[in-house]
Design a protein around this ligand. Structure first.
Ligand code: SAH
Ligand code: SF4
Length: 463
């Protein structure tokens, strides 16, 4: 979500004649797009702001801004902690950034634009104060022209007790399907092949117009009709809303990726209840059975929080058991970070010591890594199809920006990263590869060349 927000702000500033620079010394304007999900992300922003104090002293005309969730959460506190900041803009006001910068440059002084808090008005007024910011973009604004994020939902109403998102991103609102389809069509016209639909609980998407309801499954059918779009993914899913109509749609529509990110957070029912996730481990297990039944070749990934309030060693071991049992493609594991203003912070002490959280994080990661490596090894000798995204990390590091033959990276339909030697003109193509090596996070492949003659064979293609 934040990558998309940054992209849209950059796009709107480009229209005003701004250019990006790698060097903060050269910049007229420095903007931080921020995250509030964990304390660590906020600490990094405050120390980065600290490092800019001198830059502002040397050039008082430099405009420094803080955007996004931390701006919404801390508001004026940012001016207090870093008095040289000129601009604070919440995630619901990002469309105003170019105008606010222009006002500051003309001497209007510091600017602050944020949305209403969840209790600062009726639902409708709070919703309206979180304006979605999704202007139509052009291909040069995206990390690669072949892939794009498309927002289909903003905000969240689930209020998990550890999570700051519902207060900083506001009430859950689904975007009208006509707007989404129009955006996807424009992206396709610009050569975009893959769209990733975004929402905090994307599978809860539901747009109501009179008696008519459009659910995610209906939207997928509409998007599937767009000719240039070859792949459709959606993140992040909420376990309780993983309905059969959605799984059937993903199974039946060949452009839909069978990759599902459905965070479970913990393997203990007591912890899940205290997190107010709204399901039990048994419910999640049932959902996984449903996914495996409808999408036997699909892949599922999860998020976990370790060291949530009162988590015992036994409860943590239940989480380890669940990972071993469900064999996720991969897992994103986080140490619990208390967020002021959440029910978790109000009601439960953050009582698991940091070294215990760290140990549990490493232990769970080791279990997941072993599984990911084993599952990746099973791809050896198999054929896969990837959308080529660009140069591999190693090629970028070696600065192989000029040569034609380069190491490239692509992604399978099920979100596996495959690195291979190729030609830069293959970037943006969908290519068949055979896998010859694999480690925890990466498959290594080679381009399948066509054999002419009686030995023509077809490779089994996996996702
Ligand atoms: N909307 C998404 C997740 C948004 S936050 C969903 O519900 O799946 C991404 C992940 O950060 C969460 O899944 C959770 O694992 C983690 N997270 C959220 N709040 C956290 C906190 N206070 N401390 C540690 N991790 C947290
Ligand atoms: Fe946060 Fe829960 Fe909403 Fe995800 S579903 S954004 S974890 S409150």
């Amino acid at each position: 979500m934040n990558v998309l927000d940054s992209e849209l702000v950059v796009a709107s500033l480009r229209k005003e004649g701004y250019e990006l620079t790698d060097n903060t010394g050269d910049a007229d304007t420095i903007l931080f797009n921020t995250c509030s999900v964990r304390q660590h992300a906020e600490d990094k922003i405050y120390s980065a702001l600290g490092r800019l104090k001198h830059a502002k002293r040397e050039n008082p005309k430099k405009i420094i801004g803080v955007l996004g969730c931390m701006a919404q959460k801390d508001q004026r506190l940012i001016f207090e902690r870093a008095p040289y900041v000129d601009l604070i803009v919440g995630p619901g006001q990002l469309h105003q950034v170019p105008q606010l910068i222009a006002d500051i440059a003309e001497g209007a002084g510091r600017q602050l634009e944020v949305s209403l808090g969840r209790k600062e008005g009726t639902r409708a007024t709070v919703e309206r104060s979180h304006e979605s910011f999704d202007p139509l973009r052009d291909a040069t604004m995206r990390p690669t022209p072949y892939q794009a994020y498309v927002r289909i939902q903003i905000g969240c109403d689930k209020f998990c007790t550890y999570c700051i998102v519902p207060s900083v991103r506001g009430p859950e609102q689904s975007r009208p399907p006509v707007e989404i389809v129009a955006e996807a069509k424009q992206l396709a016209d610009e050569g975009c092949k893959e769209i990733v639909l975004l929402g905090q609980t994307v599978n809860s998407y539901c747009y109501r117009e009179g008696d008519r309801k459009t659910r995610l499954s209906d939207l997928l059918h509409q998007l599937h009709e767009i000719e240039g779009i070859k792949r459709i993914k959606f993140v992040t899913n909420y376990p309780k809303d993983m309905t059969v109509d959605l799984l059937e749609t993903v199974r039946d529509l060949p452009k839909c990726s069978e990759y599902l990110h459905v965070p479970v957070q913990s393997g203990s029912n007591r912890v899940l209840e205290q997190m107010k996730r709204g399901y039990t481990v048994e419910d999640y297990r049932e959902m996984m059975e449903r996914i495996r039944k409808w999408l036997p070749d699909g892949s599922v990934t999860s998020d976990f929080i370790v060291g949530f309030c009162g988590e015992t060693e036994e409860e943590f071991q239940l989480t380890c058991d669940l990972v071993r049992e469900q064999r996720f493609k991969n897992s994103f594991i986080f140490k619990y970070s208390e967020r002021p203003g959440t029910k978790g912070a109000e009601n439960y002490p953050d009582d698991v010591p940091d070294d215990v959280k760290r140990r549990r994080n490493n232990e769970l990661l080791a279990i997941q890594n072993e599984i990911s490596e084993e599952d990746n090894q099973a791809f050896l000798g198999r054929g896969v199809e990837v959308l080529v995204e660009g140069l591999s990390k190693a090629a970028v590091k070696k600065n192989e920006t000029d040569s034609e033959q380069v190491q490239l990276t692509g992604r399978t339909m099920c979100d596996r990263i495959v690195v291979f030697d190729g030609n830069r003109r293959q970037i943006g193509e969908i290519l068949p590869l055979t896998v010859y090596d694999a480690n925890v996070h990466t498959l290594f492949g080679s381009v399948v060349t066509q054999h002419v003659g009686p030995e023509l064979f077809s490779l089994p293609v996996s996702s």
